[in-house]
Design a protein around this ligand. Structure first.
Ligand code: HEC
Ligand code: HEC
Length: 369
């Protein structure tokens, strides 16, 4: 009898142990997302033409994408959501150099803002993805970020969550959650995150007549041959909307952070240029005021530090971009910016700030109520 009691006790402990492990790892929890009766309009008619994205967002897709984006159940152990590293309050970036993934381990690169992603086809610091629908599934399977070994596991998990069954059936008319639909919904939501209310965007149609003297002087410095910022952080034309979303030419460049890079950057560049190193995506400058720290490794804490890098910190490197080399001496440029010029340049960069993005309810957390 005593033996029997002990073994039942052991069995009970084992059950509790297994149950609590499951809870910590993969078991779905069911706080329901709170969605508006009438879906939000993710394509408001007042988006200026220069911000119209390649693929117009579908409101239903974006509504589901919003739920997925904020749902911690998209990580293996329910610890992080996309929004943990791309936080609305921080203009969809993170305020640390490296972000904490599902198991507490840190990412190896800085989480960038994900505004205006519809205007580019080059994603991630090493440009390894060129389609947003593919890209959004990468963090879910990343061993540091969200930790799913494969997408079949994710599909199985979401298939067991009642609100996903409902939402996927309603939107895609299937009673199964499938990865292609997860991708479409997430990409659609991400694409809808646009910075239409920045001073820059409002001035775009009127030759920036809304800029003050400092901002205009900064604009001109940015586009001058002396600084050449605008040759890389390009204002793209011809149907791709405005730029400052990165890609000029190849979409990546070496901006002289190191003489020898630890993180070698874009693989494709390293293959084309033998042993090329230090090529990184020319990043999106949208909301740059709100997305510190800066660069692929978050090395600069302030915009002043970034400007000081270009002003007199550019390192010589065999792959340093020609825009940052002094044509006379063949050495890294010294820009000799005065304090006034630095202030003007930063005033211009601040025209990319759109604080309405950080509080717009249609981009907010539907689980937070
Ligand atoms: C643990 C933190 C973390 C989580 C969770 C996370 N990300 Fe990211 N995200 C990053 C980091 C770090 C980068 C840059 C990685 C790199 O370039 O190698 C990034 C880059 C991106 C980019 C590329 C932006 C650009 O300009 O190229 C997009 C888009 C993006 N993430 C969307 C998502 C989505 C959607 C999810 C959820 C499915 C997600 N992220 C989850 C940290 C995270
Ligand atoms: C040769 C091309 C090139 C030129 C010229 C250039 N940049 Fe950059 N910029 C880059 C690249 C590439 C990165 C990312 C580098 C990295 O992380 O390794 C970057 C990063 C930045 C960032 C950080 C963005 C973030 O979110 O981390 C800012 C701000 C910036 N540049 C502003 C400027 C300004 C201002 C100028 C002119 C003084 C300038 N850039 C000139 C290519 C360039």
């Amino acid at each position: 009898m005593k033996k029997h009691l002990i073994s039942s006790f052991v069995l009970l402990c084992a059950v509790i142990f297994i149950y609590s492990c499951q809870k910590e790892t993969n078991k779905p929890t069911e706080k329901l997302p709170l969605l508006p009766e009438q879906t939000y309009d993710y394509n408001p008619s007042d988006i200026p033409d220069h911000l119209r994205t390649f693929n117009f967002t579908n409101n239903e897709d974006a509504t589901l994408g919003r739920v997925l984006f904020y749902d911690k159940q998209l990580s293996y152990n329910n610890q992080v959501a996309c929004a943990s590293c791309h936080s609305q309050q921080k203009a969809f970036a993170d305020d640390v150099a490296f972000s904490k993934g599902f198991s507490g381990e840190l990412t190896t690169r800085n989480a960038m803002t994900i505004a205006n992603m519809g205007l580019t086809n080059t994603f991630l610091w090493d440009c390894r993805s060129n389609r947003l629908e593919d890209m959004v599934l990468l963090p879910i399977q990343n061993h540091i970020e969200m930790g799913f070994e494969n997408l079949t596991l994710l599909e199985a998990k979401l298939n067991n969550i009642s609100y996903y069954k409902r939402l996927f059936t309603k939107i895609y008319n299937k009673n199964r959650v499938e990865r292609s639909d997860i991708a479409q919904a997430l990409a659609s939501f991400v694409r809808s995150i646009n910075t239409k209310n920045s001073k820059f965007d409002q001035g775009f149609q009127t030759n920036f007549s809304n800029f003050n003297a400092d901002e205009m002087a900064g604009f001109n410095l940015f586009h001058s041959e002396r600084l050449a910022c605008g040759n890389c952080h390009v204002e793209s034309k011809g149907g791709q909307g405005d730029g400052y979303n990165g890609p000029a030419g190849n979409g990546f460049a070496n901006n002289g952070l190191e003489t020898v890079y630890k993180d070698k950057g874009v693989e494709q560049a390293r293959m084309t240029i033998s042993n090329g190193e230090g090529f990184f995506k020319v990043p999106n400058l949208r909301n740059t005021e709100l997305t510190a720290p800066y660069m692929h490794d978050g090395r600069f804490k302030t915009m002043e530090e970034v400007v000081e890098h270009y002003n007199k910190g550019i390192q010589s490197n065999k792959d340093l971009d020609h825009n940052l080399i002094d044509k006379m001496t063949g050495k890294p440029k010294k820009m000799n910016l005065t304090d006034t010029e630095k202030r003007q340049l930063i005033a211009f960069l601040k025209t990319f700030t759109d604080k309405t993005l950080t509080s717009d309810v249609k981009f907010s957390d539907p689980f937070n109520y």
